[in-house]
Design a binder for this molecule. Structure first.
Ligand code: OAD
Length: 229
């Protein structure tokens, strides 16, 4: 039977595709006030600024490609039950071929009405103030903003609890509740970390690859093949 490999990914896995991270130098949050572009209050104050911010991200996403780290993770489905929990709002895991991806913080290519609990709608173009759903309700980006609930947390916790192996890749682990998933890892689960400059010292990692996502994934695969041969 295939082992369950659970992955928690963050912006760093998409960095080599040309997508900016949030907290590295020249990261997205260095050039923007989070409360302006990633909070419900910011959207109320200046919806145009917020939709423009995500329109730019969406356009950029349409211009980039998955990298080898995304692709190698997809390949691992041949040998493992791979479940990816991503904080990323891009679709690069899916485009690389991963079939089991849970987006904790929403998706750039979806929007929903501003009514609580509304269903996401696929959206590949720019979103404008004045764009509404079929009931005439204003649409907003399908993004979890600061101060909002993370509706997929319970599903993510369930996935983590079944992990035989757990990989943390390209996340600063600064944002909760996502970072708290590490506390749900079951005893006996193998823990791998890939990140070139993660400040947090994860002392119980079985292997810590202090390198980029693509290089780290190559090294991880070599290690896994040695174990299985
Ligand atoms: P961060 O920007 O906080 O962290 C990015 C991580 O990627 C850092 O630990 C870097 O060291 C690492 N990194 C940089 N380049 C890398 C590379 N080439 N290969 C591998 N790793 C690399 O991004 P997240 O942890 O994803 O939320 O941020 C979490 C959440 O904060 C995001 O989902 C977003 C943000 O606010 C929302 O917008 C709701």
């Amino acid at each position: 039977m295939k082992k369950n490999l659970v992955v928690l990914s963050g912006a760093g896995i998409s960095a080599e595709s040309g997508v900016r991270t949030f907290r590295d130098s020249n990261g997205l949050w260095e050039n923007h006030r989070v409360e302006d572009v990633a909070s419900p209050e910011g959207f109320e104050r200046n919806p145009q600024l917020v939709v423009d911010f995500y329109n730019e991200r969406r356009r950029q996403l349409n211009a980039v490609q998955p990298n080898d780290a995304h692709r190698l993770l997809a390949e691992l489905e041949q040998d493992f039950n791979v479940r990816i929990i991503t904080q990323n709002v891009d679709d690069l895991h899916e485009r690389a071929g991963s079939s089991n991806v849970l987006h904790l913080h929403g998706e750039l290519k979806k929007v929903r009405s501003v009514l609580p609990g509304s269903e996401p709608i696929e959206w590949n173009l720019d979103l404008n103030v004045g764009d509404t759903d079929s009931q005439g309700i204003q649409l907003r980006p399908h993004i979890v903003w600061f101060g909002e609930e993370v509706p997929e947390m319970a599903a993510a916790e369930k996935i983590v609890e079944l992990a035989d192996m757990f990989l943390v890749i390209g996340t600063s682990l600064q944002v909760y509740p996502a970072a708290g998933l590490l506390h749900n890892i079951p005893g006996g689960c193998e823990l791998f970390v890939i990140d070139p400059h993660l400040k947090l010292n994860i002392t119980n990692a079985d292997n810590f690859y202090r390198t980029t996502a693509t290089e780290g994934m190559r090294l991880l695969l070599q290690g896994l093949r040695k174990i299985s041969n």
